[in-house]
Design a protein around this ligand. Structure first.
Ligand code: SF4
Ligand code: SF4
Length: 176
């Protein structure tokens, strides 16, 4: 019966309203009051350092390739000792959709999302963050990980001396 269905729908709606009338309001008086988002909330992006204080980013361009809105750009360079890093690194937060794909793609855990959602600016150009704005002095969510202890073979340590790395095989020793 159509009329009965309509009345039921109206009463259900009214009941929902009545239920919430006596509840405490959940409005937050921002910016005086600030809520703490979940640690996994995806907002401002940072570039982290390894436990030795070195820059984790090896300028591999994977984050830039993974970014669906193309808002990450950089230029790679090699420093003394053969280690790679970004000569410059730029994120345009006016285009970023905070999807987290860059952090997922990063092999060194250099690029990480933080719950800091307060990055509004009056001038859109201020939303273009350079490397010095992004680089922090800590390791973020995985403070102990050091990419160059596991990879970068032959760059920061001789071949075969990285963590969980086996010595290189001497192919001449395999000959009959
Ligand atoms: S969070 Fe998404 S949109 Fe923002 S920089 Fe990373 S990949 Fe690009
Ligand atoms: S932040 Fe990570 S994925 Fe992006 S260039 Fe640096 S090492 Fe590669």
């Amino acid at each position: 019966m159509r009329v009965v269905d309509d009345i039921t729908a109206i009463l259900t709606g009214l009941w929902t309203t009545l239920k919430h009338i006596l509840r405490r309001p959940v409005t937050v008086q921002y910016p005086e009051e600030k809520r703490t988002p979940s640690p996994r909330y995806r907002a401002r992006i940072i570039l982290t350092r390894d436990p030795d204080g070195g820059e984790r980013c090896v300028a591999c361009y994977l984050c830039s390739a993974a970014c669906p809105v193309d808002c990450i750009s950089m230029q790679a360079e090699e420093v003394e000792g053969g280690r790679r890093r970004a000569a410059w690194f730029r994120i345009n937060f006016s285009r970023c959709i905070f999807c987290g794909l860059c952090a997922e793609a990063c092999p060194t855990t250099a690029i990480q999302m933080t719950p800091d959602y307060e990055i509004c600016k009056r001038d859109v150009m201020d939303l273009v963050f350079e490397k010095e704005d992004l680089l922090v002095a800590h390791g973020g969510k995985d403070a102990r990980y050091n990419f160059y202890r596991h990879a970068g073979i032959g760059v920061t340590q001789p071949r075969g001396e990285g963590a969980e790395e086996r010595p290189p095989v001497d192919v001449r020793g395999l000959l009959p």
